[in-house]
Design a binder for this molecule. Structure first.
Ligand SMILES: [Zn+2]
Length: 195
């Protein structure tokens, strides 16, 4: 475990997310059909190892009062960030993945009940994938210490039976297409990922 420094500040986290194109301002048509003034693509920041490390160290600091033996992330979003947090904590990092719709440990990854496990995800939207990892670990009687994500965008809806410490909580408002303040201003919208 590295030395405990001061917490990574919200302003710095947002700066990194804007600089790397994770957090975009504009007028977007979401896959749900709703419109929004912000768009989030967390994978963008993880293509830069130095930024990924900085965020991961921020997550590691949130757990500096705990001994963590293993970090686990749900594939695919959680793989890189859990690896980076494992590096920051100086412990193992593995990932769980779905097989036939069921979250499992493959590739001969193993946990033993004596190990203290931290679950790490990139973005928590509904918390579904994290809950699947929790279920998997509970079935194996693994000691879950808590959950972290770079971003919690659930609007407070995601909650778990373990401590949840996101690095950043974001509320991204969205609007019905026929009642969107950005449309009313005449701003053209774009569909993210379509280019
Ligand atoms: Zn609109």
């Amino acid at each position: 475990m590295k030395e405990v420094n001061e917490m990574l500040k919200r302003e710095r986290i947002i700066e990194i997310l804007k600089e790397t194109g994770v957090l975009q301002d504009g007028h977007f048509l979401l896959s749900s059909g709703r419109h929004a003034g912000k768009y989030l693509q967390c994978a963008q920041v993880l293509q830069y190892p130095s930024y990924a490390s900085e965020l991961a160290e921020g997550i590691a600091r949130l757990w500096s009062d705990q001994k963590i033996d293993v970090v686990i992330g749900p594939a695919i979003g959680g793989i890189v960030v859990s690896y980076a947090v494992g590096q920051a904590l100086g412990c193992r990092a593995i990932f769980a993945e779905r097989r036939e719709g069921r979250m499992t440990l493959r590739r001969n990854f193993k946990l033993n009940p004596a190990e203290r496990v931290l679950i790490v995800e990139d973005v928590v939207t509904t918390g579904g994938s994290v809950q699947e990892v929790i279920n998997l670990l509970e079935e194996e009687r693994i000691n879950v210490i808590g959950i972290s994500s770079i971003i919690d965008r659930s609007g407070g809806k995601a909650s778990f039976n373990y401590p949840f410490k996101p690095l950043l909580t974001l509320n991204i408002e969205s609007y019905p297409a026929d009642d969107c303040p950005l449309c009313k201003k005449g701003i053209p919208f774009t569909k993210p990922g379509s280019r």
